[in-house]
Ligand binder design. Sequence first.
Ligand SMILES: Cc1cc2nc3c(=O)[nH]c(=O)nc-3n(C[C@H](O)[C@H](O)[C@H](O)COP(=O)(O)OP(=O)(O)OC[C@H]3O[C@@H](n4cnc5c(N)ncnc54)[C@H](O)[C@@H]3O)c2cc1C
Length: 430
Amino acid sequence: MDDLFADQMAASLPELNRSAGLAQLDMFLNKAGITYAKGRNFDLGPGRHHMVSRLSGHLRRRLVTEEEVISAVLSRHSFSSAEKFITEIYWRTYFKGWLEMRPSVWHQWLLDCANLPRTSALAQACSGQTGLDCFDAWTDELKNSGYLHNHARMWFASIWIFTLGLPWQQGAEFFMKYLRDGDPASNTLGWRWVAGLQTRGKAYAARADNIGQFTRGRFFPDRQLNEQVYAVDGPENPAAQPINCPMQLALKENGKPYLLLLTSEDGHPESLSLAHPPVGVATLPVLFSNHFCPDRGDWMRSVELDQVEQIALADIAERAQTHFYLQYTHRVSLEEDCKAARLIDNVQLVDQAAEQLLVLCRQYQVFDLVTAYLPVGFWANSFERLRSHPLLEHMRWHLVMRDFDRRSWPSATKGFFSFKSKIPAWLGKA
Ligand SMILES: Cc1cc2nc3c(=O)[nH]c(=O)nc-3n(C[C@H](O)[C@H](O)[C@H](O)COP(=O)(O)OP(=O)(O)OC[C@H]3O[C@@H](n4cnc5c(N)ncnc54)[C@H](O)[C@@H]3O)c2cc1C
């Protein structure tokens, strides 16, 4: 049973690029205060998520950065009236920092996905044929739009784990396959939170009356759900390891020419803190943002999402070219023939990428390669292999970390509420 998640997504998903993100932000700004605080828990159904920002796909790739969203919101609302929205943005930051300090949680999830048996109950859930109206409708919505409302994600995950009795890891994999905002930290830790692994012993129960209230009666799965939930068993959370925040001084001091490598992990190179402009820019292969599952001979994320990612990368490269006054941008790329690229695995992909990168380095006569910091996740996994590739052993690699992350991530040592107490100080509102 190797094609459990084989259903196609909608053929054309809305594009993710910076101007679409800024337009979305602009549309939402007025609602970021009291409207969001009062309305954010209502899931009104596909095409009707007007009380939340729907910025997650853009924020996930930093096509629009957290800092600029927060600053736009604070230019329209006081901190106290927009506090709820700003706090939600910082949930993302908290999860990023938490996982950065505990990368083994991510690697274990990838291993679990490879090893768990793929059952017929799993196939039923993934194809939206459980007979539970709400669950099946959310499955369709996810596949058709690449999005689910936060409350629906919580109900969905809870039903998946506690009513259908399926492993949370496979639920997270299913989300990762289809979510346009699929994020290693928010997704893995969101599922662990529902399962009761993240906040140890506290699992989240989806309740029929709560679903009825917050879907405004669209669904009311009375007596169909297991509402008596107990946290899933699992090992203790690993202790936090300090984050290895890169120093930026080396590049500043040597003043050498360098190539800027772009990924969709950070889609706003214009605001990166770079000592001087690059002599060239190149995008890394979009399949670096995906994961090859050797046992299944397939990639984790859908072809449609790779296309969305490719468009986002093209937008990032185009803006970088304009911003740094460059004549060209390059693609370290196998995606001219994306279908063929999907037939080869990560190892071959990294070999080919290293060869292309070496040619570019020779063409520009550079030994310095710079990229925005790559947090724990798919991009970082592939990048580490590229960095240690024998063909590139003479290169000097530099990672540029944003001050926003440098300041906040190390505080994700305990629970969110201790992290949250620092937000006013970070924003100069203490
Ligand atoms: C099981 C589960 C899986 C999830 N998987 C992802 C994921 O892969 N990627 C992802 O970005 N979010 C994920 N979330 C968090 C949240 O559901 C989405 O960020 C949110 O629904 C996106 O919609 P929005 O942009 O309209 O959010 P808004 O309510 O408008 O919030 C604004 C922004 O704040 C951030 N945010 C809001 N809520 C959360 C949260 N609970 N955790 C982390 N960040 C948050 C997002 O960047 C979001 O775009 C998951 C939540 C759960 C329960």
